[in-house]
Structures are given as C-alpha cells and as structure tokens.
Design a protein around this ligand. Structure first.
Ligand code: GAL
Length: 639
C-alpha cells in the first residue's frame, strides 16, 4: 500500500486569496491529504438556521483542484455560542457539579438529547452537500472524543440516561441491581431505578459497582453519539469514515467506537505527551525532552492499529513545539522525520502534520505549524518534505502479525481507576510498563482487544491486570498454544465488582490462589531474589504451582505451569525484564536487547530501527545517528 502524508488546514482562518497558494505549496511539499472543517461551525451557521456553505464549497474546490484529497471533519466538537442560548442545559457537568463554560471546545454533554439532534442536523446538512463530492475522500467525526476530560458528565441528562441504561442492564429488576452491587452495605438499596443518582458528591467513596457502571454507561454514550453521526454519513457517502483519538485518553472504549468506523486515527504529540502524560521521572523527561518517550507513540500506534482492525492513520503529527504542555521544547532535528517513519513502520496509512500554518491568534498561537505565521517554512517543513521524498522512493510497508501480543482492555482501566487500591496504580501504566519491557527486548508487539479469541498466530500473549477476566477469554487463552501471562489482579472482580468465589485468579491448569493483597508505598519496594523488585502492589499466593520469581524472603511472585504464568506483583523495570526474558525463553521467541533509547519494529519483510537519543548509537545493522532511522531487510522472521 502507498503510504501518504497530509496536513490539517483551517481555510476559515485565512483570507480566501491565499488558499490556492497554500494548496499549491502543500502539493509541492509532497502532501496528499488535507483535513479541514472540524471546528468551523460558527462560520457554517453563524446564527441558527443561517447556513453559509459557499465558502466551504470554494475551499474544497480549491484544494481538490490543486490535487489534494480532502478529509472533511464534522464540526461538532465546537458548538457555537448561540447553541448555549438555544440549549442552556447542553453543557457537560464536572464531578463537582459545575457546568463547563463556553469559550474553548468540547463543552457538550454526550447525553443531551437537544445537542445530539443539533449534531445530527449539521452532519446531515454536510453529508447532503459533500457526501458525493469527488474531492472529499474521507470524513472525520467530531474531534478527539474525551480530550480535556470530557467523556464523563454529571449532568441531569446523564443521570436520567444512566437510569435508563441501568434499567436495560438489569431488565428492569431493581432487586437484581441491589444484589449485584451489594447495596445492602451501608443501606444503599434502591426501590426504583429513578432513585439512582450519579456517583459524584457522595460523602465518602461511592460503591465501586456504581462507579464502574457509570463509567461503562459514559463510554456507551460516546459510542452512541459517534454512531449517530456515522449512520447519517453512511447514507450519503461511501468513502471511509475516521475519528481522531488522542494519547492516553481511556474514558471510553475505543474498540467499540472503532467498530463503527473504517479507519482509526490518532493525534501524536510526543513532546507534549512526555511532559503531560507519560508519567516518567525527571531524569527520563530531561533525557527525552526533545525526542519524546521512545515507547509512548509506538504503544498508541499498536493500540490504534487494533482499534482500526489494521487501518489507521496519524491524523495530527507534532511538527515543532506545541503550546499546551508544562514545557514546550523544540524537537531535536530529525525527530519529525523519525516520528513519521515510526508511524509507517507500525502500519500507518497516512501521517498528517498539525498544522499547516501557525495561527497568529487565539489559544494555539504558540503551536508550530509547517509554516510560520508569516508563511515562511518552519523547521518541520524540511523534514516533512524529506519524508515525502523518501516515501516516493519506497512507499510500501508490508503489514505483519507479530508473534508477541499484549491485551489492552478499557474496562480493566476503569476498574483499576475505580479501585486503584494504592495511590498512582493505573492499569494503563501497568500495561505500558509491560510493553516497554517487550520493546527493550527488541520485540515487535501487536495489541489486541479483550474480545480477541484467536491466538493461533501468537507465541506469547501478555494479559496483565484484567480485573474482570471474561470466562471465554480465559478459556481461549488456556486452549491456545501461546505462552500466556496473567496477573496481577487478573479475575479479581466479577462483572459487577464483587470478589468472586473461588478466589482469583481461578485459572485452568494453574494451582494458584491469591490469598491476600496489599499495596505498597513507593518507598517500600520488595526485592526479588536475583534482581529487580516488586513496587506498588503485591499479592500473596497459595498453591502448588512452581515459582520462577520470588521475593528475597522466598515468597512466590511469578508462577508457571505448562504454557500459563501468573505474576502476583507490579514489577519494576529490572523485574519486568526478567519476567519477559523467562516468558520469551519458554515461548521460543528470540530477544535482542536494545541499546538505551533505540527501538526496532519489524514488518513482513523489513526491520526499522529508530534512535530516540541525541547521540550516535551502534546497533547490529549499523550506526544510527541522533534521531536516526534505519530501514533494512529482515534478518530473521521471528522477533
Ligand atoms: C489536538 C487537537 C488539535 C489541536 C492540537 C494542538 O489535541 O485535535 O485541534 O488543538 O491538539 O496540539
């Protein structure tokens, strides 16, 4: 498949007289795609019902005539000011009960019926007008669902919709809900569904069953909202529909939104993420301040490849300093190229740079584009052009099913967030730390949803932290030929957040029971015999299954029987390296320890090597300069 580049453009920000020149320069730079429209509602409909599509008609025509393919965004992430007068209750409400205000974006509540109707209306108008436009080659719904903490809303509309959702979940049987949630505890029993409030503003913590149910409901509201847009678009267009997800936004189930779309895409801001959401210590942040974390982007590439069932893009790629992180350094020269090639190596169909020209006004005036505000090339432009030239030479990257897979489950993320049991313990971090250990071992990883049942391509499957481990997944993993890792906390709760009996993990083929659990202060690691430590979380195990990792006091930490293992602790990186090496040995997967900051990704026929450091590094295929990329034929067919 031909891999392509693009950019994000806002014709409504610029005089119409420069659109044609902008389009020509995009084509000259080697760009194929231009995404437009996703925040333009106030110009499409300045007052209710006053529709002004003429400028967008002309913008699409100018861009298309220049040879660009348009990705057209629906503008629903930015309801205009008049919408607030028309629907004063449309705002999302935060956990403190305060409505979000107008003056930025994403201020709507997913449950508000009036706003859903307005969204349907504007999407239908756009679909009718552009659904068959030859220049519109893809659509994007909305913009970054959930960004700025906007999935969960504690509004009246959400409360009523939640009650309905619960009625459906429990077939209208309030006694069944009381039993499933354990509402006899603290006299929390309900007589009717319409008595159930939202799990905020309680005196102390709400029932975790209530909290988890509300998270599941909130996720379903995003799926429903997106589907409402997709259903309309589908009636008018046959081109692919995408959404642009964000990094480490986990409040809704992206797999379920992805089921309704042809393409998953995400917005990659490596330097912003390092400061804002990787969760690394100060030394790591300093070392990678201009490069970004070596694994964070790759993790999301692999995750969104799964969300898109193979079809995915980077819809927004940082091309220079951003504006929104605590500190916003410029990328090391070469990193814009590296980030682009890393995305292609992981299977991206397209990489689009955000944004074409830096805006001289409003919130993002400190955010670089490919052009400066005065329209001269910014430093990122040269690297984008270099990628375009390299793609013209070798456009194809062959997809590959990696023998090593890692399961990521949004429901487990919500369960851990509902009951972390120790400060700072998050499922995302647990999974990401396993991912990093696999990558330090030079392995390529496929991320799988918890609905995966076919593991025939896999030699090793890691499934850490699945608090609600569904029986059919457990059985499919047990029946597979892969080495499988469970734990910690796997199967620790049933579907309604009660402790199951028999006690977890209750894995077929393993005689192991979690008899007690504890969380640990950051300053009380438990050393492992032979190196590494348990940090944060440690379970005590009973049973006859043999341990291959133990505490220095001889308590079992990781046990293995046949092709299944259970790890009872949150391991530090040295412990995780030992765990991964043991599992790979058992699985017959060769590892190749990477130099610090160097990462490898295999495709069907090639190996890509990436140097995320600011100095040259020797590695087996050759010398990698700072921010260097090496593309070589596969040396083996396994890792
Ligand atoms: C993204 C967003 C863009 C822009 C960008 C700035 O999250 O989709 O509209 O705000 O961040 O980095």
């Amino acid at each position: 498949m031909q891999r392509t580049l693009g950019t994000c453009y806002y014709p409504e920000h610029w005089p119409e007289a420069i659109w044609a020149e902008d389009a020509r320069r995009m084509v000259d730079a080697g760009l194929t795609w231009v995404r437009i429209g996703e925040f333009a509602w106030s110009r499409l409909e300045p007052t209710p019902g006053d529709l002004r599509f003429d400028w967008l008609d002309r913008a699409i025509e100018v861009l298309g005539q220049a040879g660009l393919k348009v990705v057209l965004g629906t503008p629903t992430a930015t309801p205009p000011r008049w919408m607030a007068d028309k629907h004063p209750e449309m705002f999302a409400v935060d956990a403190e009960g305060r409505p979000r205000g107008f003056g930025s974006r994403r201020h709507y509540c997913f449950s508000h019926a009036g706003y859903l109707e307005e969204s349907r209306r504007i999407v239908r108008l756009m679909a009718e007008r552009y659904g068959r436009n030859a220049h519109v080659a893809a659509w994007q719904t909305d913009n970054e669902y959930g960004c700025h903490d906007t999935t969960i809303s504690y509004s009246d509309a959400a409360r009523v919709a939640f009650q309905d959702w619960l009625r459906g979940q429990f077939d209208g049987d309030i006694a069944a809900l009381n039993t499933a949630w354990g509402n006899i505890f603290w006299s929390m029993e309900y007589n009717r569904f319409d008595q159930i409030g939202l799990p905020n503003l309680t005196v102390t913590e709400p029932n975790p069953a209530h909290g988890l149910a509300f998270r599941r409901f909130s996720s379903d509201q995003v799926v429903r909202y997106n589907r409402a847009q997709v259903d309309i678009l589908r009636a008018y267009t046959s081109v692919p529909i995408a959404h642009n997800y964000m990094g480490r936004i986990t409040d809704f189930d992206h797999y379920k939104v992805g089921d309704d779309l042809e393409i998953a895409s995400w917005d990659s801001y490596p330097l912003g993420f390092l400061e804002d959401r990787v969760g690394a210590d100060a030394d790591h942040q300093r070392a990678y301040a201009r490069q970004g974390d070596p694994d964070f982007q790759a993790f999301h590439h692999d995750l969104y490849r799964a969300v898109g069932k193979g079809r995915w893009w980077v819809m927004e790629q940082q091309p220079g300093p951003v504006n929104w992180a605590p500190y916003n350094p410029a990328p090391l020269p070469g990193m814009v190229r590296l980030w682009s090639w890393e995305a292609f190596a992981h299977g991206a169909e397209a990489v689009c740079y955000f944004r074409w020209r830096q805006a001289p006004f409003a919130q993002e005036q400190m955010h670089a584009g490919l052009l400066r505000p005065d329209s001269k090339d910014a430093p990122g432009m040269g690297e984008a052009q270099q990628v375009a030239e390299e793609l013209a030479e070798t456009p194809d990257v062959q997809p590959w099913a990696a023998p090593v897979a890692l399961i990521f489950d949004y429901d487990a993320e919500w369960a851990w967030a509902t009951q972390p049991h120790g400060a700072g313990l998050s499922y995302f971090s647990l999974v990401f730390e396993h991912y990093k250990a696999l990558r330090r071992a030079g392995l390529s990883v496929d991320i799988l949803p918890p609905t995966a049942r076919n593991f025939s391509d896999r030699k090793l499957v890691l499934a850490p932290g699945l608090m609600h481990l569904r029986q059919d997944l457990k059985a499919a993993l047990a029946a597979s030929n892969a080495q499988v890792l469970h734990g910690p906390r796997s199967g620790a709760r049933d579907g309604h957040f009660s402790i199951p009996d028999p006690l977890p993990p209750a894995l077929p083929g393993l005689d192991v029971t979690v008899s007690r659990v504890q969380s640990l202060r950051p300053d009380m690691p438990v050393p492992l015999r032979g190196g590494g430590a348990v940090t944060g979380y440690l379970e005590e195990l009973e049973g006859a299954t043999a341990a291959f990792l133990e505490t220095d006091q001889g308590a079992p930490v990781a046990v293995q029987a046949g092709h299944q293992s259970y790890c009872a602790g949150w391991l530090d990186s040295a412990g995780l390296d030992r765990l991964v090496h043991q599992l790979c040995k058992a699985a017959g997967v060769p590892i190749q320890t990477m130099p610090a900051g160097v990462r490898r990704r295999c495709t069907a026929s090639e190996e890509f090597w990436f140097n995320h450091t600011d100095r040259p590094v020797e590695c087996s295929p050759g010398t990698l300069p700072p921010a260097g990329v090496l593309r070589v034929p596969r040396s083996d067919r396994t890792g």
